[in-house]
Design a protein around this ligand. Structure first.
Ligand SMILES: [Zn+2]
Length: 290
């Protein structure tokens, strides 16, 4: 199936499909001999970019000057626009050299990064997260070895193998005719509401997780659960699986441990949040109306 034309693809940032074929992951490309090309330099949850008059771009070429001695080992992510893409972590306390700028990768913090750089930056975050959490065997504690040609790690002592962990979470828009049920967590920007969301538990199917999360967070029953798209979310490693569901009864009872508020909104008066880069916004924009 050609993903570029697949009606199932949701072209949101952080989904690799958003790059429309311009990115070839390491597994499908040939490893370059030395670190040169596009640089995805990450400091905490920000991406180092070169500001130009009308855009932000990645550093390209040999390792940019000024970063020597402050970067972790470069990791080859794959090729972008035919050029190798290298990921490296910049030490938390290192100054950003002149001519460069650190831009947040977090949509809720108002990132100015375009969607392609968000998507590459998200994969860079995930690669660094994986490296930082997979250096030792989770079963016996022995230092692990990289499995050739894979992201996976193998333990030389007990032979345990593991691969990057993505955590499935369901995110659901509850609809009832011309109104939708939205929730708000404490600490969010004023007026920001979003959809019911939560992680899938052991033993649960996705529909079961939707039923449970909606019931737990807002107290209502839902039916007619329908999948509408997904988004890889690299903070640090969720797979957000989007659904719409029809309200089937019950009063709104808010889980005060999780939420500050939950309420029905008419579809012609939806709140402005969540951010445009999120699947929550995508679902509201495309699926709020019955
Ligand atoms: Zn082990």
């Amino acid at each position: 199936m050609n993903l570029k034309t697949s009606p199932l693809s949701v072209y949101l940032p952080f989904n690799r499909d958003c790059l429309r074929g311009a990115f070839v992951p390491a597994k499908l490309a040939t490893k370059p001999p030395s670190p040169s090309g596009h640089w995805l330099i990450v400091q905490e949850q920000g991406l180092i970019v070169v500001p130009e008059a009308d855009r932000l771009r990645l550093p390209v070429g040999e390792l940019p000057e000024g970063f020597d001695g402050h970067l972790g080992s470069p990791i080859w992510l794959g090729n972008f626009q035919g050029t190798p893409c290298w990921v490296a972590a910049l030490a938390r306390d290192a100054a950003v050299p002149a001519g460069f700028h650190r831009e947040t990768l977090i949509p809720m913090q108002g990132t100015r990064l375009p969607d392609d750089l968000l998507s590459l930056g998200g994969m860079a975050l995930q690669a660094l997260h994986w490296e930082s959490t997979s250096a030792h065997c989770p079963r016996c504690g022995e230092p692990t070895e990289r499995i050739e040609g894979e992201w996976g790690k193998r333990c030389p002592r007990c032979r345990y193998e593991h691969y990057p962990h993505l955590h499935p979470a369901v995110i659901t828009l509850v609809r009832d005719g011309s109104r939708v049920l939205l929730t708000r967590k404490a600490g969010w920007a004023p007026g920001r509401y979003s959809l019911v969301a939560g992680f899938v538990d052991n033993g649960e199917c996705l529909e079961g997780a939707v039923h449970r999360e909606v019931k737990e967070e807002v107290g209502v029953e839902v039916t007619d659960i329908r999948y509408v798209g997904s988004q890889n979310w690299p903070f640090p490693s969720q797979l957000m699986i989007g659904f719409v569901a029809a309200y089937a009864g019950g009063d709104v009872v808010i889980d005060r441990d999780e939420l500050e508020d939950a309420r029905w909104f008419p579809v012609d008066a939806l709140p402005s949040g969540p951010s445009r880069q999120s699947i929550a916004r995508f679902i509201l924009d495309h699926h709020a109306r019955p």
